[in-house]
Design a protein around this ligand. Sequence first.
Ligand SMILES: [Zn+2]
Length: 315
Amino acid sequence: MEGYLRLKWGLVLLLGLCSCGKEETYRYDADSAVYHKFSGDLAMSHVAKLVEFGSRPAGSEALEASRKYLEAELDALGWKTQRQTFEDQTPANSKVTFVNLRARFAPEVADDLWKRSYGVLIGSHYDTKLYEDFEFLGANDSGSSAGALIEIARVLAERPVVAKACELVFFDGEEAFGENITDEDGLYGSRYFAKQLRKQDASQRPEQGIILDMIGDKNLNIGVPVDSPRALYDSLTKAAKDLGHSQYFGMHNSGIIDDHVPLNEIGIPTIDIIDLDFTLWHTAGDVLGAVSPDSLRIVGSTTLLMIEKYLLGGA
Ligand SMILES: [Zn+2]
């Protein structure tokens, strides 16, 4: 399976011609790799901005403000964005309008952009859980991963051949309106996204996916849910080992319901890189001070190396 995926990507990249007229091929080489350029401080500055918007539940004005912020940042980095807007029934608030934000790297005009095939989906939710009785800022959940994804966009832009093989997706409505995620409440954005992908031609679906969620805890302890595909977990742990970060990455003792689930259900192997071992999870204590730039850098650079070297680079 893995060999097939690589072969398929090799062919896709060979078909593309770069502006100089030469064939564009990609193989990992350490000298031109960009994973190490991920800045924890820059990622942190995005987390701080998102937190400044306040609580950002689905359908809120604060979430619209943060969406505009994401769009402006991505645009400035050479990524084109597309809003995937839809309505869904929620148990508490009846109908809510949700917006997934997709981004593809294309500094040039590209009419067929959203029809182009790509290899890796990198996703994070950007809504925060709705609480009526206190202001939930969600610095770690979901600020950390959304902020890191903008920094990933900046770093990838320095390596266009890799950036063009990726799509970034900011999922709305990961959080349930009720206490826990159920079949009808929560994962609104990723469920809708998967449903749309399923209708599309197989060539327009990503080969594989990575979800980032709650990656900023000072006491970093990534526990990949057991329902993540083993091959992707192996690529992650290899990248972590290369960087001397093995101690931060392990496997959780069970499955976790998160945005990787709807993608796996439609046959897109997707890993969830999450640290559920966060004592301030879904509390008023999830504020900026709970997020560490070092943790963002460790997860951000490891994820980038995983993509550059193992998922796309043929290592
Ligand atoms: Zn949450």
